[in-house]
Design a protein around this ligand. Structure first.
Ligand code: FES
Length: 251
């Protein structure tokens, strides 16, 4: 696990308020596995104080790529970082996805697509032909399609307002296409994950979910990212996850 400085090489505008940050961090890119994350301190001025967790979207040579949306002051500062700017990075952190026991079916809601881009690429390298279901409220929220196209995977889209693809939620689309031979990998809002887990449990299909949570330390020390476990007690998203078996958590 690397902790130190990294340099911005590009901060590419992808869609309104959505950017692909590229940082030169060879020690991170060498080790990173799909599903893992990094903590970035977005400003060396120590304001905001906390580091923010970001899923690793892709690694290309010595670079780590992060897909993010501007949602607050920290990500606004990040969006203003230009080439050469110094960031503090810590990672790769957490547990990533594990090999499928069936045909991989990836389910992404909104920005949840980020870690699944990395996983789709690795699955292709492993000889699998993953399919991706990508959902959002409107077609403007269907992020990451270009990145998935680069990987060469089949993508089916769902929009709640029917502006593109299947008219409905991505979990409704999942309900139509899910087969017992699938192994589902999902990332997105908590409500979406809850529905994905319910569907896969009903059909006894294996399912892994990547969970987002606010994090401070990233290494299991602060307990700030605790989520309730089905078997009682708590699990830490930063250390036990962010990828969990769908049956492990109370969502
Ligand atoms: Fe501190 Fe997970 S972020 S324990």
């Amino acid at each position: 696990m690397f902790e130190g400085k990294a340099y911005v090489t590009a901060n590419v505008f992808m869609a309104p308020s959505t950017f692909l940050l590229k940082i030169k961090a060879p020690a991170v890119s060498q080790e990173a596995e799909p599903g893992q994350f990094v903590l970035l301190r977005v400003s060396l001025s120590y304001d905001p104080l906390l580091r923010r967790p970001f899923s690793i979207c892709r690694t290309v040579g010595e670079e780590v790529e992060i897909l993010y949306k501007v949602v607050g002051r920290g990500t606004l500062l990040l969006s203003e970082a230009g080439p050469g700017e110094e960031l503090e990075v810590m990672g790769p952190l957490g547990r990533g996805f594990t090999s499928p026991r069936g045909t991989p079916l990836l389910v992404a809601g909104g920005m949840g697509v980020a870690p699944l881009v990395f996983w789709a690429g690795k699955l292709r390298n492993m000889g699998y032909e993953p399919e991706v279901l990508l959902g959002a409220a409107t077609s403007g929220g269907l992020f990451g399609r270009k990145l998935l196209a680069d990987v060469g995977v089949r993508v089916e889209v769902a929009t709640e307002d029917g502006s593109e693809g299947f008219a409905g939620t991505v979990t409704e689309l999942l309900g139509r296409v899910l087969e017992p031979s699938h192994h589902v990998y999902a990332c997105g809002p908590r409500g979406m994950l809850r529905e994905v887990v319910a569907l896969t449990e009903e059909m006894e299909v294996p399912c892994q979910i990547s969970v987002e949570e606010v994090m401070a330390c990233g290494v299991g020390a602060c307990m700030g990212c605790a989520v309730r476990a089905r078997e009682g007690g708590y699990l830490l998203v930063c250390k036990d996850g962010p990828v969990f078996d769908g049956r492990e958590l109370v969502l």
